[in-house]
Design a protein around this ligand. Structure first.
Ligand SMILES: Nc1ncnc2c1ncn2[C@@H]1O[C@H](COP(=O)(O)OP(=O)(O)OP(=O)(O)O)[C@@H](O)[C@H]1O
Ligand SMILES: [Mg+2]
Length: 253
């Protein structure tokens, strides 16, 4: 369903992602792991065509190139990114933004009664106050509350492809359970494809991945299943250093 073909990403002429290939089929859950600065978040930004980055290669979603689309057009195709650091938007409430997106998408006025009911029930499931419905987007929210607020958007927008960039960072033990069970419930209902970006092997005790990939210096250096994550937990990312040197040698040939 989503395919990255020979993806290269640069910022100010500095190469961050090198010739990366990745294919994620319908309903699959993939995990991307890697040390700080490996380029994990950059991949998620590239998928959404963040204009800060110079991107080349192909990004294909449901047999269609999306690498030349604007971020809002990409979102309208059914992709959703939960940012590592969700941005605060002053002056626009959750309800205002979500109502606008949904009525634009459905090209009709939405049923406010149903809309509010759905928002209230999601807030309840996420263990956040229903006042969140009318709060400005992520403004003044704690780190954990921001992650839950983004999940409120996810449930309202019903995307088919989800990228969760460090969903677990900043969550206390109870919030981690609430958030992961919300994601599992969403998966059960909608069967989306999910790309999880994380350092924490512990997250994989809550969400079961089909595939695990390791990113080092902008290249994928290992692929496997959950056992690969367990190996990283024991031995760290350092073990992949030699694989990385090999790929650098190849690149310079
Ligand atoms: N806007 C930017 N300006 C300058 N450098 C950037 C920018 N975005 C990314 N980089 C650089 O690209 C590299 C990869 O960053 P990225 O955020 O993708 O790493 P990451 O794997 O997500 O790390 P972490 O696990 O810490 O979140 C880093 O060296 C970072 O400094
Ligand atoms: Mg990151």
């Amino acid at each position: 369903m989503l395919e990255l073909k020979n993806l290269n990403v640069k910022i100010n002429e500095k190469s961050i992602i090198n010739n990366l290939n990745l294919k994620i089929n319908d309903g699959e859950i993939h995990v991307l792991m890697g040390p700080n600065g490996a380029g994990k978040s950059t991949i998620s930004q590239a998928i959404f065509n963040n204009p800060l980055y110079q991107i080349s290669g192909q990004i294909i979603f449901n047999d269609e190139r999306i690498d030349n689309l604007e971020p809002n057009e990409i979102a309208n195709k059914g992709l959703f990114l939960l940012n590592q650091n969700p941005i605060e938007i002053e002056g626009i409430t959750n309800a205002e933004l979500l109502r606008t997106i949904l009525s634009d998408r459905e090209e009709k006025t939405i049923d406010i009664f149903k809309f509010n009911k759905k928002m209230e029930s999601i807030c309840k499931n996420l263990d956040i106050d229903r006042k969140f419905i009318h709060r400005e987007i992520n403004l003044g929210m704690s780190g954990g509350e921001k992650k839950k607020n983004e999940l409120l958007h996810l449930w309202m927008l019903e995307p088919k492809f989800i990228i969760l960039d460090e969903i677990d960072s900043g969550l206390d033990v109870d919030a981690l359970k609430t958030v992961t069970s919300s994601i599992n419930e969403y998966y059960k209902q909608y069967k989306p494809s999910i790309l999880i970006i994380t350092h924490q092997v512990k997250l994989l005790d809550y969400i079961k991945p089909d595939y695990v990939h390791v990113l080092q210096n902008g290249s994928i250096v290992a692929n496997g299943d959950k056992s690969l994550a367990k190996k990283i937990e024991k031995e760290g990312f350092y073990q992949f250093k030699s694989a990385n040197i090999v790929s650098e040698d190849n690149a310079s040939e």
